[in-house]
Design a protein around this ligand. Structure first.
Ligand code: ADP
Length: 258
């Protein structure tokens, strides 16, 4: 077993070697444990839509020839299949993240332009909830970033703001230069996040309210991917919240030069 460490007492070369072995074993053990947890969480998450597809299919078989009812069953199976696809895509992104094989292409980027692209992608979803997405980009903010990964991070954060905030509310996306850094903020007036969850929401599969998250189509991986993408670009991600009043996600990045 890996956890059985080599005993050492002396300060000679054998003693030092034993220390190196023990430290390596401990790291291996921790990484096996992470892998084991990830596999078990992922299997659990994959099972949920699969179970739904199965049970909806069984209901469909009982419906016999009723065409309208069968249509409904098929639509609901397709919805679950979409969720499964989204989950598998996210798992692939994370596994690529883990293996470090992703090729980054850092380019000088105006964050307001990037934010405008993301806002455009989510405009339709926000309109369905009569929410307004307001972009405040009053000055050019440049950062040297890999656009694809950072776009994904911002997309996940803004998508959450839309998903978790009530109808008719306003979501503000801001770019700024603050304390010598390039900053991107997404502020919503949704339920917010209580203190005890703040640090954990960036963990894989962590959800504050599982039922609510599933209902709005969440995979529990969005913020883990966002954090990975931001850190890969040399930045940091954090969230402030006043529960009941909303939350503000903040990304800071090293400022780029003109
Ligand atoms: P999910 O797919 O469940 O949305 P995420 O990793 O994107 O997973 O987010 C993790 C959890 O953090 C969510 O399940 C939700 O409970 C909480 N959360 C994320 N964004 C917000 C937000 N803007 N307002 C309130 N809660 C949020």
């Amino acid at each position: 077993r890996l956890s059985e460490r080599l005993p050492y007492g002396q300060d000679d070369e054998f003693g030092k070697l034993a220390q190196v072995f023990n430290a390596t074993f401990a790291r291996l053990e921790a990484s096996f444990e992470r892998l084991r947890r990830f596999t078990s969480d992922a299997s659990h998450e994959l099972r949920t839509p699969l179970t739904a597809i199965r049970s909806v299919g069984e209901v469909g078989l009982q419906k016999g020839q009723d065409a309208a009812a069968l249509r409904e069953v098929i639509a609901s199976m397709l919805e679950e299949a979409d969720r499964l696809t989204e989950l598998v895509d996210s798992l692939l992104t994370l596994s690529r993240a883990e293996s470090g094989t992703l090729q980054l292409k850092p380019e000088p980027t105006e964050l307001g332009v990037l934010a405008a692209e993301v806002v455009e992608c989510l405009e339709v979803l926000a309109e369905e909830k009569e929410q307004s997405l307001v972009l405040e980009a009053n000055q050019a903010v440049l950062a040297d970033i890999d656009r694809a990964t950072l776009r994904q991070a911002l997309m996940n954060i803004l998508d959450n703001a839309v998903k978790y905030s009530p109808e008719g509310t306003r979501i503000t996306i801001r770019t700024a230069v603050a304390a010598g850094k390039a900053a991107l903020e997404v502020q919503d007036s949704g339920p917010g996040i209580a203190e005890e969850h703040i640090a954990k929401v960036f963990e894989r599969f962590y959800r504050i309210d599982s039922a609510r998250s599933r209902e709005v189509g969440g995979t529990g991986l969005g913020l883990a991917i966002a954090r990975w993408a931001v850190e890969l670009n040399g930045g940091q991600i954090s969230v402030d919240s006043e529960p009941g009043k909303g939350c503000t996600f903040r990304i800071t990045l090293p400022l780029g030069r003109l």
